[in-house]
Design a protein around this ligand. Structure first.
Ligand code: ARG
Ligand code: ZN
Ligand code: CA
Length: 470
């Protein structure tokens, strides 16, 4: 039922856009679309609608996206509203030898921590609907009702992929030449094939933000994002999106340093370029539907009004209704939306429909779901959780009651062996002082059958293994 409906609506969208784009190029079908075979016929001749390099909807991608959202809504039930996702973020500040800036107001290419911290704070305010400028710029009751707390939080990574504690949370300073990067400013194609692969950290654990300076063919770009992977896709790198999904080592957002954090730019000074790009990275399209200024394009979000083209500057600075040919009556267009192109000052909201897309991405997409359980924002305590110098073997396992625990420590120390049930209750405990280990017998025959954890703990080591009591 639902599939048919989506297929039909996409077909209508495509037919409508054919009418609008007589000279549009045909997109080559490059991806293997497996989820919804019936739509692949349509996408073979899918026209690409472009303006200023922004890409059109990819129908196969969007079909899979819709299916994913539907699944998320079905399974999430009442729990969904309570989910706050956490995303560890790392800013790779890629410089060409500049010293770390010292001013809190004037950014320099090797941005100091103050700019990164203000960027993280802005991102969190915007994604938790804690931005205080909302009431100034939004007066339309419909938009007030639709505006949403996205329930996504960003934390500064504290540990590097090798486990080292970062000198500055959330910051990885990279001298370009140390990664064999040439030149000083870069085009998207150089960033995709060289800069990102050379500097990216495991994208299943970190949200990678590449802070750099755009140049060449892409001079003047503020930033661009890679869409989440829903289906595999080979859509070319264009505009401020790098494909519909893509490779792991190019995942993330590239951001020009001038527009990072609370800075002194006259227009893009509130960190909202990253709010906008993060919206793409979490599956949002531009609010006007990337159809030039036609009324046929859609961002596939039901509660954002149909909008002609993008807005620049602030169409109103007091939250007044602004209409256009596609939304000619109040409440008008949502120029205050983060997914428009308005100035930072007046882009202040996401809607509930946009939230549904982003929450579905966090619940289902590769390199997004794993971020929420990534531990890189926490410095591990000094206990070595997986000490390879320590041997602890348990036998027999499964056991009927008698358990032999053989421990081999390098040097004598005080340690405790605890047997813990699945409720976290310690059911047996053995302490040894200044011991190198040996074999310790524990009798579990009076305990109920089930799974237990045996933990060996000293001042510096901790090792846990699982046993089954029959
Ligand atoms: N991707 C857009 C660009 O490069 C970013 C728009 C962000 N808008 C803003 N007010 N910060 O042009
Ligand atoms: Zn954009
Ligand atoms: Ca439009």
């Amino acid at each position: 039922m639902r599939k048919t409906f989506t297929t039909i609506s996409l077909t209508i969208g495509i037919l409508a856009s054919f009418a609008q784009n007589n000279n549009s190029k045909l997109q080559k079908k490059t991806n293997n679309f497996t989820l919804e075979n019936q739509i692949s016929k349509i996408e073979e001749s899918e026209p690409v609608k472009r303006k200023c390099g922004t890409p059109a909807l990819n129908s196969s991608y969007e079909e899979a996206f819709q299916a994913m959202m539907q699944k998320n809504e079905q399974f999430a039930n009442g729990k969904k509203s309570a989910v706050v996702y956490n995303i560890p973020i790392i800013f790779h500040i890629i410089h060409t030898g500049q010293a770390v800036g010292t001013s809190a107001t004037v950014p320099t290419r090797n941005l100091n921590a103050a700019f990164i911290n203000s960027q993280i704070a802005a991102l969190n305010a915007d994604y938790r609907k804690l931005n205080t400028d909302f009431t100034t710029y939004v007066t339309q009751s419909t938009f007030i009702a639709n505006s949403s707390d996205i329930q996504i939080n960003f934390c500064a990574a504290k540990v590097s992929p090798t486990g080292a504690t970062l000198a500055e949370p959330g910051i990885d300073r990279v001298l370009a030449s140390s990664k064999s990067l040439t030149g000083t400013t870069w085009s998207m194609s150089y960033i995709e094939s060289n800069v990102k692969p050379a500097t990216s950290w495991d994208p299943t654990k970190y949200y990678n933000v590449f802070v750099l300076e755009f140049g060449g063919a892409d001079a003047g770009t503020l930033g661009y994002a890679q869409f989440p992977t829903v289906t595999s896709s080979g859509t070319p790198t264009i505009g401020d999106l790098a494909g519909f999904g893509g490779a792991a080592n190019t995942d993330g957002v590239a951001l020009d340093w001038h527009y990072t954090g609370l800075n002194n730019d006259g227009t893009y000074n509130k960190g909202r370029t990253l709010t906008h790009e993060t919206g793409h990275w979490l599956g949002l399209y531009h609010i006007w539907g990337d159809d030039g200024s036609a009324c046929s394009g859609s961002d596939n979000v039901a509660d954002t009004p149909n909008q002609g083209g993008e807005n620049y500057t602030c169409p109103s600075t007091n939250g007044a209704v602004v209409t256009d040919a596609c939304s000619s009556t109040s409440p008008g267009v949502n120029y205050q939306n983060y997914m428009d192109y308005s100035d930072d000052k007046c882009m202040v909201m996401f809607t509930a429909g946009q939230k549904a897309r982003m929450q579905a991405v966090m619940a289902s997409c590769a390199r997004r779901t794993s971020l929420n359980t990534s531990t890189v924002c926490t410095i591990p305590n000094s206990i070595d959780e997986n000490n390879s110098n320590v041997e602890m073997s348990l036998f027999p396992n499964p056991t009927n009651g008698e358990l032999n625990i053989t421990i081999d420590l390098l040097n004598a120390q005080d340690f405790t062996i605890s047997v813990i049930n699945t409720l976290g209750q310690t059911v047996k405990e053995v302490k040894q002082t200044q011991s190198n280990g040996g074999t310790i017998k524990i009798d579990l025959s009076s305990n109920s059958a089930g799974v237990y954890f045996v933990t060996l703990k000293s001042k510096t080591i901790s090792k846990t293994k699982r046993i089954i009591l029959q």
